[in-house]
Design a protein around this ligand. Structure first.
Ligand code: PLP
Length: 497
């Protein structure tokens, strides 16, 4: 058969594949990269936790749009010289800021495998989806949820909390709200959480269209747990004023101090009041894997939904947030949307409905489940639970060191893995802020700060499985050293004045 001129022209054109000409070359380069990254993790202690970024390094990433190709080896050199040394530092055992997981070599390898498969987990019938379903099933078992539960990987708990608010919204208003908007009824819907809850709950209420004023932030007790009596009273007041309470968000590990609300009491209250009970368990929920912590989480199994991050205490590399919903049908009601181009079939590649895209806003989704599956399978939940217990034991050790040191002051009870303390000084907020920045810049450790009852605290959250007693000691010594230097500097200045 003679070809058309257009076909002949196409046949004459060079191919445009992105695959290499020489597979051996990329194989060798890949092996070097893998070796380097294994070394990077194995020798992490030999480097600073974090280092300030020189202008010349930042300038590397202000380059023009690359029109022409660059040799992979050269691109990789930019990575080794200008990217790898300047990360947040959370792989390092001295990292104790915010709430960051440490990742693991196994998770890293799994992430490479996932990238090779390049699977899209929005839907369709393929085994990567079954791997995600396996994690849903394991998570369901961890929290004692019924068979009807559903779950989905998301970026992180901020997204999982937002999605929980959206599921609770449709549960309260019915699916017609998905076409008609929240309407007059929706403007009366009111949600509740504690003053210690993470700011993403407020943001979720805003994004969901209720406005952040529709979230009541209830007072906490001395242990930073929601005051359940005050919550009950606020619900009664709101009902009397014609508002429609619909959702309570409990915290399983508050971001500031790691407080766990009385989840059983919240579950009972929500049952009595017919409210959706969501638990923000960003890092604390996986405490169910630790025999020491599990009793503190009693009641979580009664939640309507739980948000959590495998990338925090689960040590899965970023990102691996997760939402678990007790009633899978309600979960689907909030998100499933038929489309001709997403038609489901009983057989073939379009089989296997429902698909993950029916459970959240994303259609294209990566294979977060693989690194989570590798992590859970390779280490086992007993080991991961032991890591969690040990992080709390190390927090207890830090608490004891702070209490034993007259120059230091504990600023909050240590509930879990977070210790908030400060160096005693006249101008304590400023001094402690400077201490934290100085420690970060020294590369010795990386705590962060928070404000508790108006006082700036040095905050150490122990999440990384590599952190050990020596890292805690190094933090304490650094706080004392920088605190003494700061005080001496100030004394000198006041003497001059
Ligand atoms: C209690 C709590 N909720 C929500 C979040 C937000 O999680 P993510 O950063 O995964 O979105 C965090 C983050 O540390 C948290 O500690």
């Amino acid at each position: 058969m003679s070809s058309t001129p257009r076909e002949a022209a196409l046949r004459a054109m060079p191919g445009e594949t992105l695959d290499p000409q020489d597979w051996d070359e990329i194989r060798a380069q890949g092996h070097r990269m893998l070796d380097d990254m294994i070394d990077y993790i194995a020798t992490i202690r030999e480097r600073p936790v974090w280092r300030p970024i020189p202008d010349v390094v930042r300038a590397q990433f202000r380059a023009d749009l690359p029109r022409e190709p660059t040799d992979l080896d050269e691109v990789y050199r930019t990575f080794t010289d200008f990217i790898a040394p300047y990360t947040t530092g959370n792989v390092h055992p001295g990292f104790m800021g915010w709430v960051h997981g440490g990742g693991s070599p196994v998770g890293m390898l799994a992430e490479m495998l996932a990238a090779g498969l390049n699977a899209n987990l929005g839907g369709r019938d393929h085994i990567p989806i079954e791997v995600e379903r396996q994690i849903v099933e394991w998570t369901r078992q961890m929290f004692g949820f019924p068979d009807s539960a559903s779950g989905i990987f998301v970026t992180g708990t901020s997204m999982a909390n937002l999605m929980a608010v959206l599921v609770a919204r449709i549960s309260a208003l019915g699916t017609s709200a998905r076409r008609q908007g929240i309407g007059q009824d929706g403007t009366l819907l009111t949600a509740y959480t504690s003053r210690a809850a993470h700011g993403c709950i407020t943001r979720a209420m805003d994004i969901a269209g209720f406005g952040s004023d529709a979230l009541r932030c209830i007072a906490v007790d001395r242990a930073h747990r929601i005051d359940v009596a005050a919550l009950r009273a606020q619900i009664a007041r709101d009902r009397a004023a014609g508002r429609k309470p619909f959702l309570v968000v409990g915290s399983a590990g508050t971001v500031d101090v790691g407080a766990i609300d009385d989840l059983s009491a919240l579950a009972s209250l929500c049952r009595e009041e017919a409210l959706w009970f969501h638990v923000d368990g960003a890092f604390g929920a996986l405490g169910v894997l630790s025999p020491v912590l599990a009793p503190k989480l009693a009641g979580i199994e009664q939640a309507d939904s739980i948000a959590l991050d495998f990338h925090k205490w689960g040590q899965v590399p970023y990102d691996a947030g997760f939402l678990l919903v007790r009633d899978g049908e309600r979960h689907r009601d909030a998100f499933a949307a038929p489309a001709a181009y997403l038609r489901r079939e009983a057989r073939g590649l379009a089989a296997g409905s429902p698909w993950p895209c029916d459970l959240g806003p994303d259609l294209s989704r990566g294979f977060r489940a693989l690194k989570t599956w590798f992590t859970l399978k390779t280490y086992g939940i007993a080991k991961l639970g032991a890591v969690i217990s040990r992080c709390c034991a190390l927090a207890g050790y830090l608490e004891a060191r702070v209490k034993a040191e007259p120059r230091l002051e504990l600023l909050a009870p240590v509930n879990l893995n977070i210790v908030c303390f400060r160096y005693r000084a006249a101008d304590a907020d400023r001094v402690n802020g400077e201490i934290v920045v100085n420690i970060q810049e020294s590369g010795i450790a990386a705590p962060s700060t928070t404000v508790l009852d108006g006082a700036l605290a040095i905050r150490a959250a122990i999440v990384n499985h590599r952190t050990d007693i020596g890292d805690i000691d190094a933090l304490v010594e650094a706080v004392l050293e920088f605190g003494a230097r700061r005080s001496a500097g100030r004394d000198r200045l006041s003497a001059i004045a």
